[in-house]
Design a protein around this ligand. Sequence first.
Ligand SMILES: [Zn+2]
Length: 361
Amino acid sequence: MHVRRLTTALAAAAVALSPILASPASFASAPSEGADRVADASLTMRDAELLRPVVPPTLRPSTSAPTVSARASRRPLFAFWGKKYNRIDGFGFQTAVRGSGTSIQLGVAWKTYRGVRPILPKKVFVQARVDGGSWAKVAGARGKIGKRGFVLAQVPAYVVPAGVPAQTVDYRLKTKKITSGPRKARRSVTSKPVSVRFDNQTMYTGDQARFYAPIANLCPNASVTLDTDHTIAEKRDAVFSFQYGIAIDVAEINAITWESEASKQAVAIHECAHWRQFYNWGGTLKGFDAMEKRSAEVFVADTNPDPNVPTPPNQPDWAPLEHAADCATFLATSGAERTYGGYCNPTENAAAGLLWQGQQY
Ligand SMILES: [Zn+2]
């Protein structure tokens, strides 16, 4: 993963959510039916990270507030926003590629209404369907209705069956039907799905196998995607992408004919270190932000104290989290020729070593 790439990913996440903030039209176009219709007219969604909508004075609860019983009878029903606000691991994309054995966090925006808490379901389940099959409940997964506008569910790791190269699993949330209270509330609602393609790494062949081999023990659950049309890594030879996992532009890697094969494979190990930086911190955007802050405390732009051993100069895009991935790569290889520059001091080596033990530094 590279800083430029990250910025793009984060910007994309922000853009995906901005229509809620910027476009009142999204309220009007939000699905509404039957008893929801009145409530939807004054609908708003709260996301503390991004927005705190200001209620127009004319829409604030008036001094002639309805009585408690009248308010209760008019409480809106619980509902989900549409697909475009769904999140995978905290990001604003609705499709992703993951390796077999990886867990995802599913986030679905739910609707809140000014001044009125909707009739909340007691439980929210996760459902999955494999390769377009039937929806089935995912055991051990439960959605938590957060105050920030999202229902979040940590979905257990999915394992692709032996002999199957890849499967696409769709996930959605489904509320448990309410059995008491207003008749209109006695219903179950389902969210729009997200879609995750899980690779079976043991079935990799060709260049996928070539670049998975060096990380099979370090990041066994990571996926390797070949960036054949140069759209994921863009101007890089390889990246760790939040959406697509480890992505390798093989044509660019092969073009460097003077580099050893061990060093080429070390590129995958560097990206695998980024995979560890993401998943050792929980595999979510929130955890990633914490990791990035922590990286800046541990990994510094230092030089070798031994004047007889030259320190590679820092590259323009040197960053603490890149230095961490470099140090981790040096620990795991004897042939890494690529580096963002700098020297790995004993503290940095110890911290980088924790990545390979599945721990945070
Ligand atoms: Zn990197």
